[in-house]
Ligand binder design. Sequence first.
Ligand SMILES: Cc1cc2nc3c(=O)[nH]c(=O)nc-3n(C[C@H](O)[C@H](O)[C@H](O)COP(=O)(O)O)c2cc1C
Length: 366
Amino acid sequence: MSMNSFGHLFRVTTWGESHGPALGATVDGCPPGVAIDEGMIQHWLDKRKPGQNKFTTQRREADEVKIMSGVFEGQTTGTPVQLMIENTDQRSKDYGDIMDKFRPGHADITYWQKYGIRDYRGGGRSSARETAARVAAGGLAREAIKQIAPNVQIIGYMSQIGPHKIDRENFDWSQIEQNPFWTPDAQAAEDWAAYLDDLRKSGNSVGAVVEVVARGVPAGIGAPVYAKLDTDLAAAMMSINAVKGVEIGEGMAAAELTGDANADEIFMGQNGPQYSSNHAGGILGGISTGQDVVVRFAVKPTSSILTTRKTITKSGEETEIITKGRHDPCVGIRAVPVGEAMMACVILDHLLLHRGQIGENRGQIG
Ligand SMILES: Cc1cc2nc3c(=O)[nH]c(=O)nc-3n(C[C@H](O)[C@H](O)[C@H](O)COP(=O)(O)O)c2cc1C
């Protein structure tokens, strides 16, 4: 079964395992003439790279991307773009203990039950190393978007860590690049640093909420029933490792609102329709409104923690397991660039679908 691809026209297939020689993405359907080089993709991979600060895993990976095909003289040719990242930190002996034991919270047990064979080294295919390939594909998608909808900006940030939420009053876009949590609330970044430091020292971990916003998306992309823009975004975000919940706009909180509070009122602005608010998260009936497209996802706490946990072996014996060495107190931090990449791939995919079926929007207002 081929379940390693996503996207309709901008079709991304990822391949590789945590401790294989390399992993990557094969991107089919990228338009020709997109200016791209390895440095442009590397920029985004560096953001996801492990070991950048004490709040992320110390696995040392260069995460250097190589473009193997589909690019000639600095431009895409319209043929498949093969992006490859070599695994340079394959310390298999670190993982000897999990050959027979199933790590709680990991996919070891389900992969074994399903396939009857698994690459246990670092989680194999279920490892979030795979997300490096998505980030590489997302880097290419961003460059292609520039050609079709140059005003689009895709920005991800952390809005919550454990029980601690950002204060929306402190929201400042310019802060996002200034702290290790990619958060727009400078005060939250300070508080979270102390909180996470304590957790890290105690060997524990915590979950997080990541918000990804696409600004400048033109009205009209998406589809009304299947392949709604929100359907595809939800699937894309939910496919990221450790994601357990996805919301669009108001999300679950919409259930608490009344109709008059929730439905964004429409006004006529100088350049077209404007909305009083954005509870819809920039999507109505599966189609973009022209407002910010807002997606939020919950990342569960890191399962590999420095605490002894009960589990079983392949032969069904009860035992215990403990993660030695590397430990990431909050994988939500490294999920930020992954969420951005998925947003970029989905937005590009829908821009291409829209261009194919409609071209310029047909319905005029005013
Ligand atoms: C960027 C990123 C890095 C991750 N790193 C780790 C890690 O170091 N340790 C860990 O236990 N889980 C980590 N995870 C989560 C696991 O990959 C994931 O929980 C596991 O594969 C089981 O899949 P599921 O949680 O989606 O069901 C990471 C997730 C992401 C998005």
